[in-house]
Design a protein around this ligand. Structure first.
Ligand code: NAG
Ligand code: NAG
Ligand code: NAG
Ligand code: NAG
Ligand code: NAG
Ligand code: NAG
Ligand code: NAG
Ligand code: NAG
Length: 487
């Protein structure tokens, strides 16, 4: 299997998690080489990170560690899995749906792309389920998190042992979840996949990390007290009007007499369509819009994240640096002093600042809001950064024999949505990894979160919860708001 050429369908991932985690090849096949590249056909690359998880497009670097290296520590942060629309999105979706449905139903007949509304199509959000993880269909958020846990168990099982203990008692696996129900649900399902459902109540420990801004830097969801007003204005100007949305409105309005969709109704309906896959195996709405329209839709989300929680905001690097400088301390202490596995769970807008601080996807210029900047988008493409269930996995590598690729020692690799992504300015180790020493210099050169973002002096100035976690299972089944039918 060549990750860069073959798009692995998500249903395959869900059905055979262990296989995909362990059979990624580290050499290219030399026969029957595919001559097509499928990324352009994959809807999940154009869904504006509303729809299901999809791997990052790989640079071709093997996902497995180089042969002379073993992974000895892992620090991951994962976005919650596939979910229903946000409660803020619900009302406009329901209004737009009513508008199209009442027109389509009122016409006796009519030939157009929305005729399926006269059939059995129903809206897919159960009452009270806005914001929640999805639990139905092949791309359900709860299933994705579980299968991800299984895949990481297969990949990192060797780190889940206590080599300094003579007893064979298994370690307790800490899980660190920002305290928001769908994030806690994602962490739980990941934990169940990792330690096994039957062992979750004894071998995992849910650590809830409050989202309150009064936690200052000791948080997975830190907020900046400085305002970049230019970025904020562009962030708040979403949705951005591109001509493809007007064209879609014109087409549908021409098909159904009396339909009066605006370009922003089109954006709303596309948003609803992308989310449908989180709960169902298919969406008839995808084909209502052309691929060009989906290209524009995905771009406006790239732009939105760029200014709202990405490098278009001048304080965002500092926000991301908070996580990076604390995780650097874990890497420097190493597994025997700090522990081996740190699995964290948060929101998309908490992870994109980390990617911005790492400078692995920042475009050379600001993204325009009035046209699709294809060249810049190749850098900052949000479906390659934080899809639903997306994850940044930092691996510490212990590499033995020195070679032309680097001396024996400790190296760091960044894996974003299962693709290895080298740092721009440091590739001095095997597998395009970066020596811990030079990685530390890079991270120490980043702005300091507490200073740049004016964390109040009476609030924590550092992220400390990785050194002060509970091994109790008291919160393992933490339940806040639950939507209908959620197990
Ligand atoms: C609509 O009916 C078709 C054919 O019976 C079925 O395959 C599909 O799942 C139904 N869709 C919904 C949303 O109920
Ligand atoms: C569309 O309108 C029909 C007729 O009023 C109704 O039965 C159906 O549930 C509506 N569909 C949606 C998706 O709102
Ligand atoms: C424990 O020892 C095994 C075998 O030497 C090694 O592969 C693994 O990385 C060690 N685990 C930790 C957490 O140090
Ligand atoms: C590993 O085992 C040693 C010896 O029993 C114990 O002191 C230590 O706390 C254990 N480490 C963890 C992370 O549980
Ligand atoms: C659950 O724990 C038991 C006892 O440690 C172990 O034998 C079993 O393999 C574990 N199950 C999974 C799925 O890891
Ligand atoms: C169509 O909607 C626009 C607002 O989007 C409104 O100004 C216009 O009057 C409407 N036209 C008809 C025929 O309803
Ligand atoms: C790297 O692994 C080797 C072999 O297991 C071990 O002896 C050495 O202590 C490790 N290095 C570090 C810095 O952990
Ligand atoms: C450790 O965590 C507990 C519980 O979250 C908290 O009450 C305590 O203040 C923390 N201690 C330190 C030193 O951060």
């Amino acid at each position: 299997m060549i990750p860069s050429l073959v798009v692995i369908s998500i249903s395959t991932l869900i059905l055979t998690p262990a296989a995909t985690a362990t059979t990624l090849s580290s050499t290219f096949p030399s026969t029957r080489i595919a001559q097509q590249v499928f990324d352009g056909d994959n809807f999940l690359k154009y869904d504006g990170i509303r729809g299901p998880y999809v791997d990052r497009k790989s640079y071709g670097i093997s996902r497995d560690p180089p042969p002379q290296c073993t992974v000895d520590q892992v620090v991951m942060v994962k976005r919650h899995g596939e979910r229903y629309p946000a409660s803020g999105e619900g009302p406009s979706i329901e209004v737009a749906l009513k508008k199209v449905n009442s027109t389509v139903q009122s016409l006796e007949s009519g030939k157009g792309d929305l005729d399926f509304l006269r059939g059995n199509w129903t809206y897919y959000v159960p009452s009270d389920c806005y914001e929640a993880e999805t639990f139905t269909g092949p791309y359900a958020g709860l299933a994705e998190a579980y299968s991800h846990g299984q895949q990481y168990r297969a990949r990192y099982a060797h780190l889940w042992t206590n080599n300094s203990s003579s007893s064979s008692a298994p370690l307790v696996l800490p899980l660190f979840a920002a305290e928001y129900q769908r994030i806690i649900d994602t962490a739980r399902r990941f934990g169940e996949g990792f330690v096994g459902e039957e062992n979750y109540s004894t071998q995992a420990a849910m650590n809830l990390v409050s989202e309150s801004s009064s936690r200052g830097a000791d948080s997975l969801t830190p907020s900046c007290h400085q305002d970049d007003s230019t970025a904020r204005d562009k962030c708040n100007a979403y949705p951005y009007r591109l001509p493809q949305f007007d064209a879609a409105a014109e087409r549908l309005n021409a098909q159904y007499k009396g339909l009066n969709l605006s370009w922003s109704d089109v954006v709303t309906l596309m948003t609803m369509a992308a989310y449908e896959l989180n709960a169902r195996s298919e969406s008839k709405w995808i084909d209502v819009f052309t691929t060009d329209e989906w290209v524009s839709f995905s771009y406006i989300w790239d732009v939105n994240f760029y200014y709202c929680a990405g490098p278009g905001n001048k304080y965002i690097r500092a926000v991301g640096a908070n996580y990076l400088s604390a995780s650097l301390s874990l890497l420097q202490q190493g597994p025997s002093a700090a522990g081996s596995l740190f699995f964290n769970f948060a929101h998309d807008s908490n992870i994109s600042p980390i990617i911005a601080a790492l400078d692995i996807a920042n475009p050379p210029q600001d993204l325009p809001t009035d046209r699709v900047a294809f060249d810049l988008q190749q850098h900052w493409r949000i479906t390659d950064i934080i899809p639903m269930g997306g994850r940044l996995t930092i691996e510490r590598l212990n590499c033995s024999a020195g070679s032309a690729l680097g001396a024996a020692g400790i190296y760091v690799r960044l894996v974003l949505n299962e693709a290895v992504v080298p740092l721009r300015s440091c590739q001095d180790g095997p597998g395009y990894s970066c020596s811990l020493q030079r990685y530390a210099e890079f991270v120490q050169g980043l702005p300091v979160f507490a200073d740049e973002c004016a964390v109040p002096p009476d609030e924590p100035q550092h992220l400390d919860f990785w050194w002060n976690y509970t091994t109790s299972s008291k919160e393992n089944w933490h339940r806040g708001e639950r939507c209908n039918g959620l197990a």
